[in-house]
Design a protein around this ligand. Structure first.
Ligand code: NAD
Ligand code: UD1
Length: 342
């Protein structure tokens, strides 16, 4: 991959994409961002500029828009694509399955077709640990059985299957399927972070909003799981480590291949551990109440992280304390998310 050839980041104004933009900029890798802004703010671009991580161009477009993609691929000689664009709310996907499948699956197929037309056959794809469903074995190896328990998960599995079938049919492709565990934290400048719309579904943004006083208390979904303290156990990783994983994947795709890799720490953290660590590190107590289990949740989900180390030469660098400190710096500096004037 020649350094001067840019990378296309789809979904690059979103949570993980914006942090990956900073990592690429730091590595001297130019990039273009395409995003339809359905779940992100254009103000992210101002923050990226302050971090010396501006894209060569920002294109407000949809990955389902073939004409926009063809025009973009004609303007740049892309070395490859990091494909984050997608809808990601599990509950919403249950209510709106067709919207999720259309956006995530049709969108990805449309993007792959545009790439093929432009002879750009290198892609890093955002998959999720959700493809493991309720895992029989933890830590979960990449060879574990795959299943979908909701339309969001099905959309990821269908995209993965499409990528596997594409590679089998045309081995010229360079494909990395990255299965993220639970990304949290924020850039340590406090300029970039996660800014969910409405009531957060995920644990960390809910905790930071309780810390800020925007929500009264955290509901801990279940304290009767078969885990050391009864609360759900997950594999949380810092979003900057996850961003570095994308650079590592691009580098590993120097020759045509299909890589499928978990990105996680391999360490289990319970909801109770997270609440206690956040309160201790930041000196802010987190009011909480135990309530019933959330339907669809599993007791434990953590990565077998050995393949990432072997194939991508990547492992996480940031610990749980750092995830909590950076998440709180972001939230406290930006109580209104990207609408907060800085
Ligand atoms: P995000 O919502 O912050 O970012 C996704 C971006 O994609 C948004 O900016 C959105 O506007 C854009 N987008 C959505 N549909 C689009 C379309 N049709 N055309 C153009 N742009 C579109 O989400 P994120 O947390 O940064 O997640 C990035 C990717 O990683 C997603 O594919 C998500 O499913 C996957 N993932 C996320 C997590 C997580 O916990 N955040 C975990 C596993 C996998
Ligand atoms: C959720 C999604 C999953 C997605 C992942 C990453 C569901 C069922 N699963 O996973 O598909 O890939 O996010 O975005 O939505 N918790 C509380 N109180 C809260 C919020 C969460 O106790 O208010 C607990 C959960 O029960 C879980 C843990 O915190 O034990 C983490 O939850 P969350 O951040 O939503 O992530 P996942 O459930 O792992």
């Amino acid at each position: 991959m020649a350094q001067t050839q840019p990378i296309l980041i789809t979904g690059g104004t979103g949570f993980i994409g914006s942090h990956t933009a900073v990592v690429l900029a730091e590595a001297g890798q130019p990039f273009v961002i395409l995003d339809n802004l359905c779940n992100s703010s254009p103000k992210v671009l101002d923050r990226l500029a302050r971090l010396n991580a501006s894209p060569l161009e920002f294109v407000q477009a949809d990955i389902r828009d073939s004409a926009a993609l063809d025009a973009l691929f004609a303007r740049y000689n892309f070395a490859g694509v990091i494909h984050f664009a997608g809808l990601k709310a599990v509950g919403e996907s249950v209510a709106q399955p067709l919207r999720y499948l259309e956006n995530n699956v049709s969108g990805t197929i449309n993007l792959l077709q545009a790439m093929d037309r432009a002879h750009v056959r290198r892609i890093v794809f955002s998959s999720s640990a959700t493809v493991y469903g309720d895992p029989a074995v933890v830590p979960i190896p990449e060879t574990a059985p795959l299943t979908a328990t909701n339309p969001y998960g099905r959309s990821k599995l269908m995209c993965e299957d499409a990528l596997r079938e594409l590679h089998a049919a045309d081995p010229r492709w360079h494909i990395a399927v990255l299965r993220y565990f639970n990304p949290v934290g924020a850039h340590d400048s406090g300029l970039l972070g996660e800014a969910p719309n409405g009531i957060p579904n995920n644990l960390m943004p809910y905790i930071t909003q309780v810390a800020l006083g925007q929500r009264e208390y955290l509901q801990i979904f279940g304290n009767d799981y078969d885990t050391p303290d009864g609360t759900g156990v997950r594999d949380y990783l810092h979003v900057m480590d996850l961003a570095q994983g994308h650079l590592a994947a691009l580098r590993a795709l120097d020759t045509p291949k299909l890589l499928t890799v978990n990105l996680g720490t391999g360490q289990g953290v319970s909801v109770k551990d997270m609440v206690d660590t956040f309160a201790r590190v930041n000196g802010v107590p987190i009011a909480h109440r135990f309530v019933a289990r959330r339907p669809g949740d599993v007791a434990q989900c953590l990565a077998d992280a050995r393949q990432a180390k072997a194939l991508l030469h990547w492992q996480t660098q940031h610990n749980l304390e750092r995830m909590c400190a950076d998440a709180w710096r972001w939230q406290s500096m930006n109580p209104q998310g990207f609408d907060t004037p800085l």
